[in-house]
Design a protein around this ligand. Structure first.
Ligand SMILES: Cc1cc2nc3c(=O)[nH]c(=O)nc-3n(C[C@H](O)[C@H](O)[C@H](O)COP(=O)(O)O)c2cc1C
Length: 176
């Protein structure tokens, strides 16, 4: 299945994840670039839209969209992307490296709420959502520390153990 990974990342974890997925699926990848890449303004919901894509999204049978979650919401660059291209997307897989752990996924800042937002926008075109909570790569002594997840970033040194098991199962599930 011809696939492309689109991603937005502020601190690098979702870039790392997106690049890994594109590598393992041997597919194309493109970064989503907001016209004004201001974290603060985007957090406030101020929205200038995204830059034009370089790739032709219609040429792909499946889109993997990857990006963080802020304040329990689908972030502005990803929302812009989905609004603009929902009619051109055939199948969507949504992936996030986020802060919310699995046991808090249904809470106010949990990733399930964002999955719901994506599914509401794409309906049956959204075929899978997957979360990679950053806590999975924290050392045991930091797992419960408040805000420790804010300082952790996915990289080759910490991408091991449980997160690899979840990642490999995910790739197996979406492998064409
Ligand atoms: C301002 C801010 C708000 C955040 N809010 C949430 C949240 O509501 N839920 C969540 O799961 N993660 C939240 N996070 C954590 C990020 O989703 C997480 O750190 C993510 O891996 C960052 O991705 P990036 O490195 O690609 O930018 C927040 C991070 C920041 C900086």
């Amino acid at each position: 299945m011809k696939t492309i990974v689109y991603y937005y990342s502020h601190k690098g974890s979702n870039k790392y994840l997106a690049q890994k997925i594109a590598h393992d699926l041997s597919c194309d990848i493109e970064e989503i670039k907001p016209l004004l890449n201001s974290h603060i303004l985007m957090l406030m919901g101020i929205n200038f839209g995204n830059k034009e894509l370089h790739t032709n999204i219609k040429a792909y049978e499946r889109v993997v969209l990857c990006g963080p979650i802020w304040m329990g919401k689908l972030i502005v660059p990803l929302k812009n992307f989905l609004k603009k291209y929902c009619n051109k997307i055939n199948k969507l897989v949504f992936v996030t490296s986020c802060g919310s752990p699995f046991n808090k996924k249904d809470e106010k800042f949990g990733h399930n709420l964002v999955f719901k937002q994506v599914k509401d926008m794409l309906n049956e075109k959204c075929i899978h959502c997957e979360a990679f909570p950053i806590g999975l790569v924290l050392p045991p002594e930091l797992k419960d520390a408040p805000d420790a997840f804010m300082k952790a970033h996915l990289n080759d040194f910490n991408f091991n153990g449980e997160i690899v098991e979840i990642y490999e199962a995910f790739i197996k599930k979406i492998q064409p």
